[in-house]
Design a protein around this ligand. Structure first.
Ligand code: ZN
Length: 162
């Protein structure tokens, strides 16, 4: 019987994530705990580490520093670009998100953080970069990962189609 959190196990948790100001940023759905594979990097490293060795039924309050969550806020990821870069977008407003390409060609999300005349300031940092995160976690269930899941390093659910 598998009852404590360890690598290669599928852990189902209910969680509530708050930022340093105490605002709820994210939480699991009421009757649907989130499942992840411990040790597979499915969740942020700081949380994974904090849950290691916990048991079914445990309630944990975990504060994760930015370095162990979404990283520090990197000033060089903030840029000013000309409005012409946003062709086809009629109105550009602070808070809008756009899909962009990072330096290695990977998809990244950018956020508009300032608009002045023809100069748009964009921020490629994760919206939670630089923030300490507070998690309240209940461990609901633990099971062995299937061979496929171990190979893919993610949980297979009924909605998974590969
Ligand atoms: Zn898969």
């Amino acid at each position: 019987m598998t009852t404590t959190v360890a690598n290669d196990l599928v852990i189902a948790i209910h969680y509530c994530l708050k930022n340093a100001a105490g605002d709820i940023i994210d939480q699991s759905e009421k009757d649907q705990p989130m499942e992840y594979i411990q040790g597979a990097g499915n969740i942020i490293p700081g949380l994974e580490q904090a849950l290691t060795g916990k048991s079914i039924g445990d309630h944990c309050e975990v504060t994760v520093n930015p370095e162990d969550a979404y990283g520090m806020h990197e000033p060089q990821m903030v840029q000013q670009v000309p409005r012409e870069m946003f062709q086809g977008v009629d109105t550009i407003e602070v808070g809008m998100n756009f899909q962009s390409q990072g330096p290695d060609g990977q998809a990244m999300m950018i956020t508009v953080t300032a608009v002045e005349e023809d100069l748009i300031t964009i921020d490629g940092n994760h919206p939670l970069a630089g923030q300490s995160l507070h998690f309240a976690v209940d461990i609901v269930s633990i099971r062995e990962a299937t061979e496929d899941e171990k190979q893919h390093q993610h949980v297979h659910s009924a909605s998974c189609n590969h």
